[in-house]
Design a binder for this molecule. Structure first.
Ligand code: COA
Length: 258
């Protein structure tokens, strides 16, 4: 098992910063400490002229189970400077190319963070889901804006209202991933693409990404804030409490009286 300091690994080589989710025993679910480490790593990578590209990766069997539910109960994010919201703003405004290599489950923020990545490679075992409603919550990370833009309204409503997983091939079809590969090759493929990008002009990469993202930029940050306000309020409400308690007690939630 990793120590909290090792739950997020950051490695820099040849212009590429690789950020690895390394809490496999808890399915790479993300604690407030991990969000702070992620936000710090992105802040450093944005500033450091030696870094041209950032790659997120998990394990061959799991990308991330999203927010750590126990940690969320113990340390609910307090205000817009909470580590989770710092991370979301960093990833939404990160100026250089962001890549992700996704194998196995990518739950909640494990999926919504991908809408901020520029290139996404998936193992054929990848399963994407945004089960916020099943947890008595609402979308986060700007997903209420970005998911309908990418998937179209009805597929977005299905993904966000039902919260059921969709597999790598479906993600490829809607454009959420660039390529589906065998899980054991996924990190390598992402690294190969990152190396190609790292050989290009940093100024060109930054300007191209800025222009690509320009039409959404202001609305996206406003939406992330609006979602965060609702999400924070809903975390304290009975439906989320029931869903989180049910998860920790390994039973299905009962929303019938809520
Ligand atoms: N928060 C806290 N702990 C989590 C977690 C999460 N989001 N996801 C998994 N874990 C823990 C489990 O409690 C379990 O811990 P234990 O061994 O101490 O009992 C361990 O990780 C293994 O999880 P398990 O559910 O047994 O693995 P699985 O392979 O059967 O299923 C998932 C993997 C990701 C599909 C499943 O764990 C899951 O659905 N997790 C919750 C996802 C979620 O709702 N995230 C919140 C989004 S906002």
């Amino acid at each position: 098992m990793s120590t909290p300091e090792q739950d997020i690994l950051v490695h820099q080589e040849q212009g590429v910063t690789t950020i690895t989710f390394n809490r496999v025993s808890k399915k790479n679910s993300l604690t407030a400490t991990m969000y702070a480490q992620l936000a710090d790593a992105l802040e450093t990578a944005a500033r450091d002229a030696a870094v041209r590209v950032v790659v997120f990766q998990g394990d061959v069997a799991v990308f991330s189970a999203g927010n750590d539910i126990g940690d969320f109960l113990k340390n609910p994010p307090a205000g817009r400077d909470a580590p989770v919201f710092r991370f979301l703003r960093q990833i939404a405004t990160f100026p250089k190319p962001l890549l992700a290599a996704v194998c196995g489950p990518a739950v909640g923020v494990g999926t919504t963070m991908l809408f901020h990545c520029d290139l996404v490679y998936a193992g054929d075992n990848a399963a994407f889901s945004m089960p916020f409603v099943n947890l008595g919550l609402c979308p986060e990370a700007g997903s209420s804006l970005l998911v309908p833009q990418m998937l179209g309204y009805h597929r977005a409503a299905e993904a966000l209202l039902l919260g059921e997983p969709f597999m790598a091939e479906a993600a490829l079809e809607v454009g959420l991933v660039n390529r589906v590969v065998p899980p054991t090759e996924c990190n390598m493929v992402a690294q190969m693409q990152a190396r190609k990008l790292a050989a290009k002009s940093l100024a060109s990469l930054i300007e191209t990404k800025r222009l690509l993202k320009k039409s959404n930029a202001d609305e996206l940050l406003a939406r992330i804030d609006e979602e965060a306000t609702s999400f924070g309020r809903m975390l304290g409400e009975p439906a989320a409490k029931e869903a989180f308690t049910a998860f920790l007690e390994k039973r299905a939630p009962d929303f019938s009286r809520l």
